[in-house]
Design a protein around this ligand. Structure first.
Ligand code: NAD
Length: 328
């Protein structure tokens, strides 16, 4: 059985080989490049291909994979908004995503909340230039805050459990309510979350219904000084509306691990290049805006699970078996 792995980072290689061997893969092709029309030939003769989120798996790619005899595709990420599931189904390609412990992203989210609340970015900048002043660095205490969690799936629920230890009031919103979440949080409608929360953190997938959910109207409803955190997908926020909110000082702080159109920028060293994402460059310069390069997931444990799911699912699909994180 041949498998082709695209967008492979150095830290994934050892695990890829380990799981490929365990699954009886006798040819494993590894490339750092995304799956595109140009790199498609590497999949010739493969039973399945795996990528990360920078490869756009659209109808055209599905059709070409099908013509090459590829019957399985796995994304080694939880998010799968870069995959056209309908097209995959149409061309008989089984699809899976990754499943890994929600703790890494949930802990990172709590860190982003605390860094914003305690103004860690300007404090860090100051100490690097021997400025030990306190002016403008006064923070708040989480125990007195109301935190709104939008999306109470695996990650949102874990954030809520983690936050429960801080003694803050927690409001939650999801299209499906979970009994377990109700032990720590109160489900409220979105408008109430916007109006009453001091901190709002997003944990929904990117879908048509969540695209730009944080828009001008949503920001208008929020409390002055609100802290917005997004460790889910950049496209959940209309960045123009968020930037305006920061300029108007309606928004007190923003912490983003993800950004709209981050593909091709995040996870690459672009120090000597011109980065053509004006929104990213402009928003980043505010002292109350923290941005990181889509790394909330990045723990040893998660990387191992992402590669494991990616390889095991393709091997199962090649043997006409099902896999627990099959999407199509
Ligand atoms: P999940 O599927 O377990 O949970 C998603 C939740 O969102 C579900 O409970 C669902 O009902 C809810 N939801 C769907 N549509 C909604 C809507 N319109 N309004 C409110 N809630 C809605 O997913 P998860 O594992 O918790 O991950 C959530 C998202 O986090 C992923 O889709 C991914 O995009 C993102 N993520 C980011 C990173 C990172 O490194 N920054 C890592 C992993 C996941």
């Amino acid at each position: 059985m041949k498998l082709t792995a695209y967008e492979v980072r150095k830290d994934e290689e050892e695990n890829l080989r380990k799981y490929a061997q365990r699954c009886g893969v006798d040819e494993l092709v590894i490339t750092g490049e995304p799956l595109t029309g140009e790199t498609l030939e590497l999949a010739e003769g493969a039973a399945g291909v795996t990528t990360l989120g920078q490869s756009v798996i659209n109808e055209d790619i599905c059709r070409q994979l099908h013509q090459m005899g590829v019957t399985g595709y796995s994304t080694r990420s939880v998010g799968y908004n870069h995959v056209d599931l309908e097209a995959a189904k149409k061309y008989g390609i089984r699809v899976s995503n990754a499943s890994y412990s929600p703790h890494g992203v949930a802990e990172y989210t709590v860190m982003m909340i605390l860094m914003s609340l305690r103004k860690y970015k300007p404090a860090l900048y100051r100490i690097n230039v021997n400025d030990y002043s306190l002016d403008g660095l006064v923070g708040g205490e989480l125990c007195e805050m109301t935190v709104g969690i939008i999306g109470t799936g695996k990650i949102g629920e874990t954030v809520i459990r983690n936050l429960a230890g801080f003694g803050c009031r927690i409001y939650a919103y999801d299209i499906y309510e979970k009994e377990e979440v109700k032990k720590y949080a109160v489900y409220r409608d979105l408008d109430t979350i916007y109006k009453e929360c001091d901190i709002i953190s997003l944990h929904t997938p990117l879908m048509d219904s969540t695209y730009h959910m944080i828009d001008r109207d949503a920001v208008k409803k929020m409390k002055k000084g609100v802290i917005l955190v997004n460790c889910a997908r950049g496209e959940l926020m209309d960045i123009e509306a968020v930037t305006r909110g920061v300029e108007d000082e309606k928004i007190g702080a923003v912490a983003l691990d993800v950004f709209e159109n981050e593909n091709g920028i995040y996870h690459h060293d672009r120090r000597t290049e011109i980065i053509k994402n004006r929104d990213m460059a402009y928003l980043r310069q505010f002292p109350n805006v923290i941005m990181t390069q889509h790394m909330a997931f990045y723990t040893r444990q998660a990387v191992d699970s992402m590669v494991k799911c990616g390889v095991e699912s393709l091997a199962a699909f090649a043997r006409q078996q099902d896999y627990f994180c099959r999407l199509a």
